[in-house]
Ligand binder design. Structure first.
Ligand SMILES: Cc1cc2nc3c(=O)[nH]c(=O)nc-3n(C[C@H](O)[C@H](O)[C@H](O)COP(=O)(O)OP(=O)(O)OC[C@H]3O[C@@H](n4cnc5c(N)ncnc54)[C@H](O)[C@@H]3O)c2cc1C
Length: 456
């Protein structure tokens, strides 16, 4: 049975990957994107976060590679850098320096417009995918509104486009709730974690000896005791990004001197010192967002056939943990698999796809709540703060991970693969009990002194 045409609203990371996922089974896939898309690695209006530091986690790379073979090599050919997060990046947290150990957890570092461009080039080459410039203005339904059959358009010669499946990948400001209301459906419940996040990023060139020996980047994470963070990480083509990070309104500014002062106040002063040796290649760009927001589409009892939402349109996260693009990639792969397994059965297909995202989103949202929920000034709407036991357990686990290789790797695995399975192993739980009973303190707390790599 032919699946016909899929229309994807939005041509950013989740739209492109959804199109790649559906191109396998649908005869034709049309991406509707309101921006004029650049023919190179350039920033564009529709992705205002594009100038801020981005990193692609291991699970996201693997899902992308599964959808578009050879994409990892394409990232590197376009100048992207692959780092081993726990070994190459020195990370200072509320518990001192995170453990450093060689791992399989690879992170792709490159500027966001370049990363998107590499994916877009590959998707545009797929023979049954086209990208059209238009703004999606609403949904078209059958007379009984039981199925979505197309999208109305603005800013293009065609007033509408028909579809057998419509995917909303239009990001955080998706209008899908209002569009569905027009068809007689309820809006989904929303939960929010307002941790009032600020970013400021500048691309720089670093002199050769600017970074401490043996590391490719330094992150000083904000935490409730100090909400001003800082990072310097490689991006592409030998350049670096320096970023100021802020939680609960501790927004980094764009003025160069004030930006440097923000970096100085981060939990480790190393990023500020490195930034002072850097050649700034552009103005410092700032970005603010209220926090993480989840729309529980999968909960709705009534949804039309033929309509699915992905990426930030479903859940947009505090970007400090680098999860958004990876969640989008995992969702696109799930979408491909559900369509593959459907044996051509279109009834219920959209809701099966939507429900398949739930476990991943639950896990990632839980991780964000456990960290951002620690800030007294964060506002939680429709979601509980982490329990005192969860907070204490998390703190001890992070302490143990600064010195124990197995725990360090398990914690990295949880962050990179959205799975706490390894952290829950008997061996780690035993070590954790021992650590707590011993009353030991962490040793790597000097914010200027990066620890050696631990041997396995
Ligand atoms: C400051 C910051 C830093 C981040 N850092 C990271 C990171 O390190 N790692 C990571 O994985 N993620 C990070 N993210 C998250 C990441 O940017 C997003 O999760 C990712 O872009 C996926 O989003 P999306 O494709 O769903 O939506 P978006 O990227 O928001 O794209 C939506 C697209 O839809 C288009 N569009 C919107 N409305 C319409 C319409 N009506 N018709 C047609 N087109 C439309 C827009 O033009 C745009 O192209 C960060 C986010 C922020 C804000």
């Amino acid at each position: 049975m032919s699946f016909g045409r899929a229309v994807v609203i939005g041509g950013s990371i989740s739209g492109l990957l959804s199109a790649a996922a559906l191109s396998e089974t649908f005869d034709a896939v049309t991406i509707v994107e309101r921006d004029e898309l650049p023919h190179g690695p350039e920033h564009r209006r529709g992705v205002p976060q594009g100038l801020q530091v981005h990193a692609l986690l291991a699970v996201g790379q693997e899902a992308m590679e599964d959808l578009l073979r050879g994409l990892g090599e394409d990232f590197q050919a376009a100048g992207g850098v692959v780092v081993d997060s726990p070994a190459d990046l020195a990370v200072y947290t509320a518990q001192g320096w995170s453990g450093r150990v060689e791992s399989e957890a690879r992170v792709v570092c490159m500027r966001r417009p370049a990363l998107e461009w590499v994916i877009r080039r590959r998707v545009a080459e797929l023979p049954n995918v086209e990208i059209v410039k238009a703004t999606a203005a609403g949904l078209i339904g059958t007379d009984d509104a039981g199925r979505v059959t197309g999208v109305t358009l603005r800013g293009s010669a065609a007033a509408s486009i028909s579809a057998d499946l419509v995917v909303d990948a239009s990001g955080r400001s998706s209008r899908a709730g209002a569009w569905l209301e027009n068809l007689g459906y309820d809006k989904p419940r929303e939960v929010e974690l307002r941790s009032f996040i600020g970013y400021a990023t500048v691309p720089v060139r670093l002199p050769e000896d600017a970074l401490p020996e043996g590391v490719k980047g330094v992150l000083a994470h904000p935490h409730p005791g100090n909400p001003q963070g800082a990072a310097v990480v490689p991006c592409d083509n030998g350049l670096y990004l320096v970023a100021g990070l802020g939680m609960v309104h501790a927004d980094p500014p764009s003025d160069r001197e004030e930006f440097l002062a923000h970096l100085d106040k981060a939990p480790s002063p190393l990023v500020g010192e490195i930034a002072r040796k850097a050649e700034f290649l552009a103005p410092v760009e700032t970005y603010r967002m209220p926090g993480s927001r989840r729309r529980l589409w999968e909960e709705l009892e009534r949804m039309p056939e033929g309509f699915v939402l992905v990426g930030d349109a479903v859940m947009s996260f505090n970007p400090l943990y680098g999860q958004g693009m990876s969640v989008a990639a995992v969702e696109a792969r799930l979408m491909r698999d559900v369509v593959r397994d459907s044996a051509g059965e279109r009834t219920g297909l959209a809701s099966r796809i939507q429900r398949s995202f739930k476990d991943t989103i639950d896990t990632v949202f839980g991780m964000v709540v456990n960290i951002d929920g620690l800030y007294d000034d964060a506002e939680l709407l429709g979601v509980d703060r982490p329990s005192a036991e969860a907070v204490t357990a998390g703190r001890y686990l992070s302490q143990l991970a600064t010195e124990d290789v197995e725990t360090c790797l398990a914690q990295k695995y949880a962050a990179h693969y959205f799975s706490a399975d390894k952290v829950r192993s008997q061996s780690i739980q035993d070590k954790l009990r021992e650590w707590i009973a011993s009353g030991r303190e962490v040793t790597h707390t000097d914010p200027r002194c990066i620890p050696e790599i631990m041997r396995r």
